[in-house]
Ligand binder design. Structure first.
Ligand SMILES: [Fe+2]
Length: 249
């Protein structure tokens, strides 16, 4: 089955539209969203509506989704994130708020697991080191694990020799073909961020996962950043949030 995998939309409707058009053109049969549909960006309600409408969607909540519905303390957010979270609370419709309230911190399926940050701390831990991957391995039911939160496309592999490797997918393609004696080799994937990439590439990031071929390919899609920046300014969100989109940070 071919899945469109995405995370960290952050209320960027232009980036989300580019990704969803790509998924449609790629004929995906299911969708996996690793959280943070809202926060930072100017179109939270529209983005929730587009995500809600997706067929065969497995989705978890992110820390910014929780912030938008008042479920986590935003005192530890930086100024920009806190300002955007408070603005987002007023921009969500009742339907969108109710949808976000129904999301869970993790989803366990028979052939994969989804969280936003890590299985240990779904709302706030960044899976960005081999040590963290190892510390979280016992908390994963079915591999692969899909996560977001860092806004950087990454992959963790456990080789047949038991060595864990962290890969930043420069070649955009990762193949997971090994079978360990105990089953599928543990592997974790982050598709990067749709609406606020932080790897110095301003294009929207997403991925295609083929669950039978066991391949995971990261794709980058250009969208009209200036349109999103104009909306950020129009609604009065911090200028920094507009500027960072142009340099992928
Ligand atoms: Fe995020």
């Amino acid at each position: 089955m071919l899945y469109g995998v995405f995370a960290d939309v952050h209320a960027n409707l232009e980036a989300l539209a580019a990704v969803l058009d790509f998924f449609t053109a790629s004929r995906v049969e299911g969708h996996i969203c690793c959280g943070d549909v809202v926060g930072y960006g100017p179109d939270p309600d529209e983005c929730v509506a587009r995500v809600r409408a997706l067929k065969k969607l497995v989705i978890v909540c992110g820390n910014h989704d929780l912030a938008a519905i008042g479920r986590i303390d935003i005192d530890w957010f930086n100024h920009y994130a806190r300002t955007a979270a408070l603005w987002t609370r007023g921009a969500l419709s009742n339907e969108s708020r109710a949808y976000l309230e129904r999301l869970t911190a993790r989803c366990d399926r028979k052939d994969f697991t989804v969280v936003h940050g890590t299985p240990r701390r779904p709302a706030d831990e960044y899976l960005l080191s081999v040590a963290l991957f190892k510390n979280n391995m016992s908390r994963v039911g079915a591999w692969p694990l899909f996560c977001g939160h860092s806004h950087i496309p990454t992959s963790f592999h456990c080789t047949a020799g038991g060595k864990v490797e962290l890969i930043f997918p420069e070649d955009r393609q990762i193949v997971t073909g090994e079978i360990a004696p105990y089953g599928i080799v543990p592997v974790a994937y982050n598709p990067g961020s749709v609406g606020q990439p932080r790897d110095h590439d301003k294009r929207a990031a997403c991925a295609l996962w083929n669950s039978e071929a066991r391949t995971f390919r990261v794709h980058r899609l250009a969208y009209d950043v200036a349109v999103t920046q104009g909306k950020i300014r129009q609604v009065g969100l911090p200028e920094h949030l507009a500027l960072r989109l142009a340099c992928g940070q």
